[in-house]
Design a protein around this ligand. Structure first.
Ligand code: ADP
Ligand code: MG
Length: 174
């Protein structure tokens, strides 16, 4: 697949929005495989649910956060489609559920699949269950590195910095 060289947010066909989605998994899924296979299958599921997959980042491994022991696989995907942010979040949550994730219990416990909206082409969005840009993405190397790989020139509407700049800054601090 061709990598997107541009900002990631340039306009496509009318009514087409772009979303930069962060993917994470730290569990095996029977019939699919380990965390990396889960993320590959999640990208396929996005495509099957009608999204145009514009670019997929190389997956990265990161240390577990909190009490779960297994390492995470993380990635980022740039998708395009006509769904607004609310419909997009519902779609991502439906895919998480299809991969066996339950929404009850401890926040950081081991999870099959996490799909977060990092940025979208419409700028900032604040709703009762959804904030874009994702509030924590600037602090997470495992989000910034894959995101900067596929959309280096996309600007965070809050800080005005590009993903490449944010990733470089973060890399120096940690
Ligand atoms: P986290 O991703 O923070 O580890 P969850 O995946 O359980 O935790 O998400 C908790 C809630 O975060 C979701 O139910 C969703 O409503 C909310 N949320 C707020 N902003 C976003 C976003 N940009 N992308 C995904 N979920 C979001
Ligand atoms: Mg999430």
């Amino acid at each position: 697949m061709r990598a997107a060289r541009g900002s990631g947010s340039e306009p496509g066909p009318r009514h087409e929005h772009r979303y930069l989605v962060a993917l994470g998994s730290n569990r095996r899924l029977p019939g699919i495989g380990g965390p990396r296979a889960v993320l590959d299958a999640a990208v396929a599921a996005l495509s099957e649910s009608g999204w145009r997959v514009v670019a997929v980042a190389r997956l990265v491994a990161s240390a577990p956060i909190g009490p779960s022991l297994r390492r995470y696989a993380n990635g980022a995907v740039l998708i395009a489609g006509d769904r607004d942010p609310r419909a997009t979040l519902r779609d991502l949550q439906r895919i998480e559920t299809a991969f066996g994730r339950r929404r009850r219990g401890q926040q950081w416990r081991s999870r099959t699949l996490d799909l977060d909206i990092v940025l979208w082409s419409g700028g900032a969005w604040h709703g009762p269950h959804l904030t874009i840009p994702h509030p924590l993405f600037r602090d997470r190397d495992f989000v910034l590195r894959p995101a900067a790989q596929i959309a280096p020139h996309w600007r965070d509407p809050v800080t005005g910095r590009t993903l490449r700049q944010l990733a470089a800054r973060h890399g120096r601090q940690s």
